[in-house]
Ligand binder design. Structure first.
Ligand code: ASP
Ligand code: MG
Length: 420
C-alpha cells in the first residue's frame, strides 16, 4: 500500500477548529487508501511567542535550551491532532523527532537531518495507525534535541517522505499554490499547475517564501513529487513540484519575485592587485556573512583601482558595520558606500536555458519604465536586477506583462498531470 506524507503549517493548526479541519483532510487521504504520515508545525505563532519569551529573559539564550524550548511547540499540535483523529474514530499516534527516528547533525537551531530510522513509524503504520510526527525537530548524539532552523517542518516532511519511499509529499498551508508572482502585488498573478524543483529553489532564494529551501533540495535529490496546497481548499490540487524533464516549457519565464531584504555595499577604490577580493570575502565568511550578488568593476588605468560591490541581507548589516574598519585595513580601501534603498527583482524560468534574448528583454522592459539597474546577476535559470526600492512594484508589473506571467498558465506537464 502506498504511503502519503502530509504536512500542515502553523496557520493550518492555529486553533482547535482548524485542527479538526486538518483531521478531515487526513481522513480523506486515509479513505483514499493510503497509509498516512502527517507532519505538523506549531500552532499559529507559537514558535515566535516562545522566541519572545526567551528574549524577555536573555539576549544570549543557550542554543541547546532554545531547542528544548522551541521543540515543545510542535508537540502540542501533534498530540491534539492525534486526539482529533482518535475522536473521529481513527487509530492515530503522535511521535516526537526522537521517537520517529530523525537523526541530525550535532548542531543546535539549524541542524540538518542526516538519517531517519523508520522502524518505529512503519510499525505503527502496519498497525493501521495514522502517524503524526513533530516537524522541525530531531535528535543528535546522546539524544540531544535539535531543531532544523525556522520553517524546518517542510524539510522534516520531505525527508520522511523520501525515507519512507512515499508516493508524494503534500505541504498544506494558507497559500493555495505557487504563483507566477506575489498575488498581493500582481493582482492577476496566475497559479502554477506545475513548477520544477530548480525553479522553486531559485524562487525561494530570491524571496518567494513558500517553502523551506532545504525541503525542495531534498525532494530534488530524491525525485520526490511535492504539492503545495491549501488546507482550507481541500479540492484544489495547488501546485505540483517535479523534475524539469517532466515539464512542457512553453514560455521562458515561470515566475518573478522581489526581495527587499538586501543592502548593497560598495567598496570603492580598491587597489587592482591579486588577493584583495580573497582577503575581503574570507573576512566576510569568517563573520558568517553570506554574500549574494558580487560585482567587480573594470580597473581604472590611471589609478590602478576598481570597485567591489556586493549585497548582504539587512539583518547582517550591523555585523558588516562592526568589521568595516578591518575591511578598510586589509584591502586598503577608504570609501565604503552602503545603499539600503534597493530591491532585487528576479525572473526565473527553466525555459530560458538556450533561449537568447531574455536578459535583453528584461533590461529593455525596465528601461522603458525609466528604471535604472544598479546591479545584475544571473544563473542558468535566473536573472536578477537590483533597482531603487520605489520602483519595486512598477518593475514587477512591467516584467509580468512582458513575460506573460499575468496571463495563462506558464508551464504544464507533458500530456496529463502525472498520477502521483
Ligand atoms: N514551528 C517552526 C517555525 O515556526 C517550524 C515550522 O513551522 O516549520 O519556524
Ligand atoms: Mg512554516
Amino acid at each position: 500500500m502506498s504511503i502519503l506524507v502530509q504536512k500542515f503549517g502553523g496557520t493550518s493548526v492555529a486553533d482547535v477548529e482548524k485542527i479538526k479541519n486538518v483531521a478531515n483532510a487526513v481522513i480523506k487521504e486515509k479513505l483514499n487508501g493510503s497509509k498516512v504520515v502527517v507532519v505538523v508545525s506549531a500552532m499559529g505563532h507559537t514558535t515566535d511567542n516562545l522566541v519572545k519569551l526567551a528574549k524577555d529573559i536573555t539576549n544570549k539564550p543557550s542554543p541547546r535550551e532554545m531547542d528544548m524550548l522551541l521543540s515543545t511547540g510542535e508537540q502540542v499540535s501533534m498530540a491534539l491532532l492525534a486526539m482529533a483523529l482518535n475522536e473521529a474514530g481513527y487509530k492515530s499516534i503522535s511521535l516526537t523527532g526522537l521517537q520517529a527516528g530523525i537523526k541530525t547533525e550535532d548542531c543546535h537551531m539549524c541542524a540538518r537531518i542526516v538519517d531517519i530510522d523508520t522502524t518505529n513509524i512503519k510499525k505503527y503504520l502496519n498497525e493501521d495507525n495514522i502517524v503524526i510526527v513533530a516537524g522541525f525537530q530531531g535528535v543528535c548524539r546522546d539524544n540531544e534535541i535539535t531543531t532544523l532552523g525556522r520553517g524546518g517542518s517542510d524539510t522534516t516532511a520531505v525527508a520522511l517522505a523520501c525515507a519512507l519511499k512515499a508516493q508524494r509529499c503534500d505541504i498544506y498551508s494558507d497559500v493555495e499554490a505557487v504563483y507566477t508572482a506575489d498575488p498581493r502585488v500582481i493582482k492577476t498573478a496566475q497559479k502554477l499547475k506545475t513548477i520544477s524543483y530548480d525553479e522553486m529553489l531559485e524562487l525561494a532564494r530570491v524571496g518567494a517564501n513558500v517553502l523551506h529551501p532545504r525541503s525542495v533540495e531534498t525532494a530534488k535529490l530524491n525525485n520526490m513529487p511535492m504539492r503545495v496546497r491549501s488546507s482550507f481548499k481541500l479540492d484544489d490540487l495547488g501546485t505540483l513540484i517535479i523534475g524539469v524533464e517532466e515539464m512542457e516549457l512553453n514560455k521562458p519565464v515561470t515566475g518573478l519575485a522581489c526581495d527587499a531584504s538586501q543592502v548593497r555595499i560598495v567598496i570603492c577604490d580598491v587597489e587592482d592587485t591579486p588577493g584583495n577580493a580573497a582577503r575581503l570575502f574570507t573576512l566576510l565568511a569568517k563573520q558568517n556573512l553570506s554574500v549574494d550578488m558580487i560585482i567587480q568593476s573594470y580597473a581604472r588605468k590611471s589609478t590602478n583601482t576598481n570597485d567591489i560591490a556586493f549585497t548582504v541581507t539587512k539583518s547582517d548589516l550591523e555585523k558588516f558595520k562592526s568589521i568595516e574598519d578591518e575591511v578598510n585595513k586589509i584591502i586598503n580601501s577608504k570609501n565604503i558606500f552602503i545603499d539600503e534603498d534597493i530591491v532585487k527583482v528576479s525572473i526565473v524560468g527553466a525555459g530560458m536555458i538556450d533561449r537568447p534574448g531574455i536578459a535583453a528583454k528584461m533590461f529593455d522592459t525596465l528601461a522603458r519604465e525609466n528604471i535604472n539597474i544598479k546591479m545584475i546577476s544571473t544563473s542558468e535559470i535566473k536573472i536578477s536586477c537590483l533597482v531603487e526600492k520605489k520602483y519595486s512594484e512598477a518593475a514587477a508589473v512591467a516584467l509580468c506583462k512582458a513575460f506573460e506571467l499575468d496571463g495563462a498558465q506558464v508551464a504544464d506537464v507533458k500530456g496529463d498531470l502525472p498520477v502521483v
